[in-house]
Design a protein around this ligand. Structure first.
Ligand code: HEM
Ligand code: HEM
Ligand code: SF4
Ligand code: SF4
Length: 402
């Protein structure tokens, strides 16, 4: 079966249209790879039978690592020997996804030699993803990767590969060095990255400004998003030029400001900075006229996740303004306290955001020793989950009244 590219009328449908197609890519790999040929075969079969042919489970990995390899076996190994094992390997990407052409060639050569030839640049964790590896090839792949200076990423119930936007390397909006923080956290959490020991996964994602190009607020347990705390920098001459060139500043800039704190009288732009929520909207529309302030740092948020046990969550503010300065000990101390609590009290497969929902933000903050702040409350009147103890009478021991 695996010596020629199989007939795949159903899959061929997915090649039609103007968009890129994974079928096209797998067919290209299939010219050299029997694994890719069998992958096409089993996929076509699944489309016909409307059932999957992948078995879940079987622990695979490399010596000393519990994370990084996601094990997968086919339930039809006789019919499709090429994919009887088809493990996914995560490889820790460089901060900001910067490679030399040589590094990319090295990665591709390693993968052509040992695996299916199919890659995913990049997985949603940020990792370089190698798709389709036999169990007996895992150690050789790992050895070659190690020689080339690459390490496995996270998978399972561990710290997932930290990832970040390109930050100050290419983007003028970066309010802190996302690349430096990502590299530092990656090196610091080596044990937690490679040996799953948590109730469930824990993700760090770093964005340099509120545009949040790595979508950390939805995708990371801990989102570290650049921001500023002084006034937006403004160049009135450039504002004027935007107006002269036809930008409708009242409607398209001031009118869309969520803080409702901008005023344009046709001549001068005014911003009431104390009401600015640092959304980046006005700066994105008039990049020559406006810039983030000069006193820059980051907002640290916690708790987002996709739905599994509970519904989808966005992260909540944990520290409204933090100055990221190497070696970032203040942040690491806080993370350690949180991890200890979550590992002790969390249920299996419970993300830290779900844990906070279960125990209550107020209790969580108290345990990790953080003062509650107004920024941590999404809807004060609907959801007063932060309790200010000075509001209680001395003898009012009934903390959990609801
Ligand atoms: C053998 C069948 C496969 C199964 C059951 C499977 C399942 C999984 C699982 C459970 C994960 C890890 C999710 C997590 O823990 O976050 C994963 C990663 C991934 N797999 Fe597969 N996988 C298989 C083969 C493939 C194939 C054939 C492709 C595409 C050609 C693919 C694409 C991906 C991608 C894009 C990721 C995410 C990588 C990342 O974001 O880091 N997988 N897969
Ligand atoms: C019924 C269908 C599906 C279920 C039950 C499902 C379930 C999940 C779960 C539980 C996660 C982990 C969420 C987390 O990080 O907490 C996940 C992540 C993911 N899923 Fe799905 N999924 C489904 C369909 C799909 C499809 C059709 C695709 C792509 C075509 C997809 C792509 C992904 C990717 C890329 C991630 C990683 C997201 C990230 O880590 O940022 N899923 N999915
Ligand atoms: S998140 Fe901000 S700093 Fe990072 S790349 Fe996007 S716009 Fe630039
Ligand atoms: S950053 Fe957002 S909230 Fe602040 S002034 Fe600009 S548009 Fe308004």
């Amino acid at each position: 079966m695996a010596d020629q590219i199989p007939n795949t009328p159903k899959l061929d449908e997915l090649e039609k249209g103007p968009w890129p197609s994974f079928v096209k890519e797998i067919k290209m790999a299939a010219k050299n790879s029997p694994m890719a040929r069998d992958l096409l075969g089993v996929l076509e079969l699944s489309y016909n039978e409307k059932i999957g042919h992948w078995k879940h489970g079987g622990i695979v990995g490399v010596m000393g690592y519990g994370g990084g390899v996601i094990g997968r076996y086919s339930d039809m190994p006789e019919e499709f020997p090429g994919i009887s094992h088809f493990h996914t390997i995560r490889i820790n990407q460089p901060s900001g996804w910067f490679y030399t052409a040589d590094a990319l060639r090295t990665l591709c050569d390693i993968w052509d030699k040992h695996g299916s030839g199919l890659t995913n640049m990049h997985g949603s964790t940020g990792d370089i993803v190698f798709l389709g590896c036999r169990t007996d090839a895992l150690e050789p792949v790992f050895e070659d990767l190690t020689k080339a200076g690459f390490d496995l990423g996270g998978s399972g119930s561990d710290v997932r590969t930290p990832s970040c936007c390109c930050g100050p390397a290419r983007c003028e909006w970066a309010c802190y060095d996302t690349l430096a923080l990502t590299y530092d956290l990656t090196m610091h959490y080596q044990d937690e990255l490679h040996r799953p020991a948590f109730p469930y996964k824990f993700k760090f994602k770093m964005s340099g400004c509120p545009n949040d190009c790595v979508a950390s607020i939805a995708r990371a347990d801990m989102s570290i998003i650049g921001t500023w705390r002084d006034d937006i920098q403004m160049n009135q001459d450039e504002v004027k030029k935007y107006a002269d060139n036809g930008l409708n500043i009242q409607r398209d800039v001031a009118g869309n400001c969520p803080g409702k704190c901008m005023d344009w009288d046709g001549n001068e732009l005014k911003i009431e900075n104390e009401y600015c929520v640092r959304c980046m909207h006005c700066i994105n529309v008039m990049p020559k006229a406006l810039r983030p302030g000069k006193d820059r740092g980051a907002c640290v948020l916690l708790g987002s996740k996709a739905p599994i046990v509970e519904g989808a969550l966005l992260s909540s503010v944990l520290i409204p303004f933090w100055k990221p300065e190497p070696p970032y000990e203040d942040l690491k101390d806080l993370v350690e306290t949180m991890h200890d609590l979550w590992c002790e009290e969390g249920k299996a497969r419970e993300r830290i955001g779900e844990f906070i929902q279960r125990v209550g933000m107020g209790n969580f903050l108290e345990e990790i020793g953080l003062e509650p702040l107004p920024e941590m409350v999404a809807h004060p009147r609907e959801n007063p989950y932060v309790f200010y103890e000075e509001y209680y009478e001395e003898d009012d021991g009934d903390e959990g009244e609801e």
